[in-house]
Ligand binder design. Structure first.
Ligand SMILES: Nc1ncnc2c1ncn2[C@@H]1O[C@H](COP(=O)(O)OP(=O)(O)OP(=O)(O)O)[C@@H](O)[C@H]1O
Ligand SMILES: C[C@@](O)(CCO)CC(=O)[O-]
Ligand SMILES: [Mg+2]
Length: 327
């Protein structure tokens, strides 16, 4: 039996634009998905996940999708297992064990579909645990690449390397196309996260921006403007200028909102944070619902979010400098 964990992330800047080759800077945070894998005597996959919004599920399936033994409504099986299935396929490929069967258990404190990179964390930790269970040790770079391939497939070709590279490496990273690098650990960024209890579907939200970008030149210009903003944000990071980082986060939220990926709840939390004196606040990840990230050294934003109707829970998040971890 083998267990690995990997962190979730928040975006300082650049989500969605990074899918079209612009730069992005996500930061790993101290919320993790833990995946335990045990090889089976048969070629079936059994997935047990207790932390899903579905109040947990157990799914056992083989190559024939009709023979799945599930305790969740059938239409949720793909949603619940897509990334795990992809991770298993990558592990079988890496270990040249096409018929390996696994029992997979997932525990996670990363809310699903909330913009904190739960899919990337599950994919990274799942590939690492399954390959090590088969006696293969992959580097963090290869794990990131294989996990990217999972997201790219599940999201039907609409994924960047940002989430999975960040989850594999930890810390703050810069991703632009295939160019992925770990940045020097940024200054002490006082992250506060607000969560509306909802979720967005990354594949659908990314498709919406793709369609806008194809339909309107000014939408493509908006995506390019996010790229310019990220390059300015990198200068602010190098200068340890947290106030300017916050200003750019505010601006980034406005551009994402123009691209249609914010939501009433996310805007309410962003304005609640700003009203409390946060240095900056923006949605994080795919959007559509889920989380916002704000910068505030005081507890004012945390308190303001707790009293914001749209916010189900608010919490502080710390930069996690460790990526995938062998438990
Ligand atoms: N604890 C878990 N157990 C099993 N599958 C999970 C778990 N957490 C996430 N997943 C998988 O990841 C999917 C959510 O991924 P999605 O990309 O839509 O959101 P996210 O990664 O949380 O947010 P974002 O991509 O915006 O950062 C779930 O539908 C499920 O397939
Ligand atoms: C929306 C997006 O940019 C980030 C999702 O967390 C998608 C991706 O980069 O794969
Ligand atoms: Mg995701």
């Amino acid at each position: 039996m083998t267990t690995s964990s990997a962190p979730g992330k928040v975006y300082l800047f650049g989500e969605h634009a990074v899918v079209y080759g612009e730069p992005a800077v996500p930061c790993a945070v101290g919320r993790r998905a833990r995946v335990t894998v045990e090889e089976r005597d048969d070629d079936r996959i059994r997935v047990e996940a207790e932390d899903l919004s579905l109040d947990g599920f157990t799914v056992t399936y083989g190559d024939d999708p009709d023979d799945a033994d599930v305790n969740v409504p059938g239409d949720l099986v793909a949603a619940a297992t897509g990334y795990v299935d992809g991770a298993v396929a990558q592990a079988r490929d890496a270990a040249d064990a096409p018929d390996a069967g696994f029992s997979v258990t997932i525990e996670s404190d990363i809310p699903l579909g909330a913009g904190l990179g739960s899919s990337a964390a599950v994919a990274v930790a799942g590939i690492d645990a399954a390959t090590r269970e088969l006696g293969v040790e992959l580097s963090a770079t290869e794990l990131a690449d294989r996990a990217y391939r999972v997201e790219h497939e599940v999201q039907e070709g609409q994924a960047s390397r940002a989430d999975t590279f960040c989850s594999a490496m930890g810390g703050a990273v810069r991703v632009e196309g295939d160019d992925c690098k770990r940045l020097p650990d940024p200054p002490d960024l006082p992250f506060v996260v607000g969560y509306d209890g909802g979720a967005g579907n990354t594949g659908e939200l990314v498709a919406g921006v793709r369609d806008l970008r194809e339909q309107y030149e000014f939408a493509a210009d908006t995506v390019a403007s996010i790229g310019d903003l990220v390059r300015e944000g990198e200068r602010a990071l190098r200068d340890d200028d947290v106030a300017r980082i916050g200003e750019l986060m505010d601006f980034n939220h406005g551009l994402l909102s123009a691209l249609g990926v914010s939501a009433r709840s996310l805007d309410a939390m962003v304005w609640g944070a700003r009203g409390a004196g946060a240095m900056g606040a923006k949605l994080t990840g795919a959007g559509g619902g889920g989380c916002v990230v704000a910068l505030d050294e005081s507890d004012a934003t945390l308190t303001a979010l707790e009293y914001t109707t749209a916010c189900e829970t608010a919490f502080r998040a710390e930069l996690d400098t460790e990526g995938v971890r062998r438990e």
